[in-house]
Design a protein around this ligand. Structure first.
Ligand SMILES: *Cc1c(COP(=O)(O)O)cnc(C)c1O
Length: 393
């Protein structure tokens, strides 16, 4: 390595020494309840594949058929020559699924945030943002150049105080919150947030990445869960989690979506979603609209797992969703726990600082509709064994 890049080696070394280096595990199998991870078959408690759609036969078949008919790549950005009838159909179907006027798809949830936020508020504006919002929201806010005013996590009263103090200093303003917070599995009090924003001339945006396909009727999301349909200006979603594919969406008010067609930069300057992705997403919407079975099974699995974990004496934090944090405290304990689980054939990742605050390290268990009853029992007995061995329970 040349001298000018010596700092990279130093930084990497520092990460390793601090236990913050990302060691990336490699899957040798399709996504599902069980995975082959670095050559070993393990029960999967880590994926966002909430409904088991990532390798669902109907979704796989839809992607293959679309490739035969339409090829693979979109060939251009959406605004030049990359909008195929499939893309238009997906935009329409997602809007209908969410019960809103219109929707616009992006390449990912991340780019949906990067595209949407700066299009709606700029240098003269302000963004009121939950302090625990996702990195892609934070980056979207920074890109916008707006003044970022953080409110206390999930506290509508603090948001109200901030709005009263700051709203009138800015031309335009927006309130942004995650719907479901991915590290704790708690949710935004969207009903209270809506009530607080109603009188303040602010755009209300919620990022429902972990709520799509999970919360609300048949997985219609957190806005539906709070029966706020038509009241939230823009919902960001992802097709990479419960939908099991890849892609992002902004859905809501028709004028706002029309504006994003003109000003959403990743829509204008990065190529469209690929053909198999779009077809797979359409098949996912079909499945969700046909039946609530998968969503019901996801919740039944999550309720069972959480109840049994609590009965064993584990602390599952403040989760009200299928995301189940198993609170352990020190990062080292969480890492030892994760390693011992892996020995028992369970894939559960330790999460520590800086992803979560110091002293709140945990194993984050992601429950899926793909898990069978036996899978959950096996997971529970491994947690019991490791918990006792490490003196957690
Ligand atoms: C996962 C996630 C994203 C990113 O979605 P991708 O489609 O994977 O890019 C955005 N926002 C939130 C809140 C998320 O949890």
């Amino acid at each position: 390595m040349t001298e000018k890049l010596a700092w990279v080696e130093e930084e990497l070394k520092a990460l390793r020494e601090a236990g913050l280096y990302n060691n990336i595990r490699t899957l040798g199998s399709p996504q599902g309840a069980w995975l082959v991870v670095d050559g070993k078959k393990v029960l999967n408690f880590c994926s966002n594949n909430y409904l088991g759609l990532a390798n669902h036969p109907r979704i796989v078949a839809a992607a293959k058929q679309a490739i035969d008919k339409m090829g693979v790549g979109p060939g251009a950005v959406r605004t030049i020559a990359g909008t195929m009838d499939l893309h238009v159909e997906l935009d329409r179907r997602l809007a209908k699924f969410k019960g809103v006027d219109a929707a616009i798809t992006f390449q990912s949830g991340f780019t949906a945030n990067l595209g949407t936020i700066p299009a709606l508020v700029g240098k003269e504006g302000a963004i009121f943002s939950d302090e625990l919002n996702h990195a892609s929201i934070i980056d979207g806010c920074r890109l916008s150049g707006a003044k970022i005013i953080r409110f206390k996590h999930a506290q509508a009263a603090d948001l109200e105080a901030q709005l009263k103090e700051h709203r009138n200093k800015f031309r335009r303003a927006m309130v942004i919150t995650d719907g479901v917070f991915s590290m704790d599995g708690d949710i935004a009090p969207l009903d209270e947030i809506y009530a607080v924003t109603r009188d303040h001339d602010v755009i209300l945006m919620v990022d429902d990445a972990h709520g799509e396909g999970v919360m609300g009727k048949g997985g219609r999301g957190i806005v539906d869960h709070f029966e706020l349909n038509g009241k939230v200006d823009v919902e960001i979603g992802t097709m990479s989690k419960a939908f099991g594919v890849m892609g992002g969406v902004a859905a809501g008010n028709a004028k706002l979506v029309e504006w994003l067609h003109q000003r959403g930069r990743p829509f204008l300057f990065s190529s469209a979603m690929t053909v198999p992705d779009v077809a797979a997403c359409l098949a996912a919407v079909d499945l969700l609209e046909e039946s609530t079975d998968l969503v019901d099974r996801l919740w039944a699995n999550a309720d069972l797992f959480k109840k049994e974990m609590r009965a064993l004496g584990f602390d599952t934090g403040k989760s009200v969703t299928p995301i189940t944090p198993v609170m352990l405290g020190e990062a080292k304990l969480a890492q030892d726990f994760s390693r011992a689980l892996y020995q028992e054939g369970i894939f559960g990742m330790a999460i520590g600082f800086p992803t979560v605050p110091r002293g709140t390290a945990r194993i984050r268990v992601m429950i899926s509709a793909a898990h069978s009853h036996d899978d959950l029992e096996q997971g529970l007995s491994a947690f019991e064994k490791v918990g006792k061995k490490l003196g957690v329970i």
